[in-house]
Design a protein around this ligand. Structure first.
Ligand SMILES: Cc1ncc(COP(=O)(O)O)c(C=O)c1O
Length: 374
């Protein structure tokens, strides 16, 4: 801790639990299906490098990122793992992709041609995975066009087509039809591409929810993100069961006893109805604590659930401890995590903000101190 230990909030990541989560998913998969761990967006807010290093130590051999700069960070610390860039790359990235053995996806014919030309101009062949759009409507070559695109690319095109992937738009175990349609489209595109390439490709389609509910689609790898961070697989009856690994904490900076009728925060959006104790904490929306949590959020102090009162400020929030309770300056407050018998996880904050745990986690400012415990 620095000279002002109460100044900022901090994140604590439980690496032992991360290893347990990886193990839970791995035990559910049938070899040779591998885990391609999605660590984009700063490992969903958990800290890219420490998470990737620990996952590799526990046997993860493939990592998925959105951008080349994230891939380079992983490569710097893990010289031997496979890294897939799930987003767009540019021809000017090709020297680094080749030099650092980073695999991009190709998302369109134009993209494939440009990357291939850049590789050829270096006298190299760039290994790639073809991203097929089977209904997500986001990145990728439309599934019906995949065979024809391969024909037009011809050979040698500067690319070595090693893999093929798609991404599900809707995974609803009680209404599996849309995901089934996507799977069938993927199977058709795979057959067309594998016929042109003249061999089997490394195929991966399922992210967390699909892996959880549809084991037939595991193929060569699955691409889980959120379940390895401990969300979406809380039910022990499911295919695998994982637990949240990130806690977010702040300090109590000031405690005041106040009478009824006391107003709190910008535009006095909360007024006490009875005498109580208020605590101000070192976290605000600039740290990623969502503004929608004003008058809605809850934090843990002393093992109690304390409501956030008034608006969330840029760097501070105020919570109501209650009349009969108190806290000391410097006490630990839990924004996400566990304290005594209570817990607040990102899912609860997400529900209060009408969003998803992914957004709550990735919003946590990357500059905050992240502490890793084993
Ligand atoms: C292409 C792709 N694959 C896999 C994932 C991982 O998804 P999840 O965190 O739901 O497992 C993502 C996440 O956004 C993605 O974009």
């Amino acid at each position: 801790m620095g000279a002002f230990p109460m100044k900022t909030s901090w994140v604590q990541v439980d690496l032992k639990r991360l290893a347990e989560n990886i193990r839970a998913v791995r035990l559910a998969l049938r070899p040779p299906t591998e885990i391609l761990f999605v660590v984009k967006a700063n490992a969903y807010g958990h800290g890219l490098v420490p998470v990737a290093v620990h996952a590799a130590r526990h046997g993860v051999r493939w990592f998925g990122v959105a951008y080349l700069h994230e891939a380079l960070q992983v490569r710097q610390v893990l010289p031997d793992v496979r890294i897939l860039v799930l987003g767009a790359t540019e021809p000017s990235d090709v020297p680094l992709l080749v030099g650092r053995r980073i695999t991009p996806v190709v998302i369109s014919e134009k993209h494939a041609v440009e990357l291939g030309q850049a590789a050829k101009s270096m006298g190299k062949t760039l290994p790639v995975h073809v991203k097929v759009d089977t209904g997500m409507g986001r990145l990728g070559i439309w599934w019906e066009d995949a065979g024809a695109v391969l024909d037009r690319l011809g050979a040698p095109c500067g690319l070595e087509i090693e893999g093929l992937c798609t991404h599900f738009a809707t995974v609803e175990p009680r209404k599996p039809a849309p995901a089934r349609v996507q799977w069938e489209r993927f199977a058709a595109a795979s057959a067309a591409v594998e016929q042109r390439v003249g061999g089997r490709l490394f195929r991966h389609v399922s992210s967390s929810r699909a892996a959880l509910y549809f084991r037939d689609w595991d193929v060569d790898a699955v691409r889980p993100g959120i379940v390895l961070y401990g969300y979406g697989a809380a039910d022990p009856a499911l295919r695998f069961h994982t637990k949240p690994i990130l806690q977010w904490k702040a300090h109590v900076m000031q405690v005041k006893r106040v009478p009824a009728g006391f107003s709190v925060g910008y535009y006095s959006q909360f007024t006490t109805t009875a005498p109580t104790a208020l605590a101000t904490l070192s976290v605000g929306y600039a740290d990623g604590y969502n503004r929608l949590l004003g008058n809605k959020g809850v934090v843990l102090i002393g093992g109690w659930r304390c409501p956030v009162v008034g608006r969330v400020s840029m760097n501070w929030i105020t919570v109501d401890l209650g009349h009969d309770r108190t806290a000391q300056e410097g006490d630990e407050a839990v924004l996400i995590g566990e304290q005594r018998s209570e817990s607040i996880w990102a899912g609860e904050l997400a529900a209060a903000c009408r969003t998803i745990p992914y957004e709550i986690l990735t919003d946590i400012n990357a500059a905050l101190d992240r502490r890793y415990v084993e």
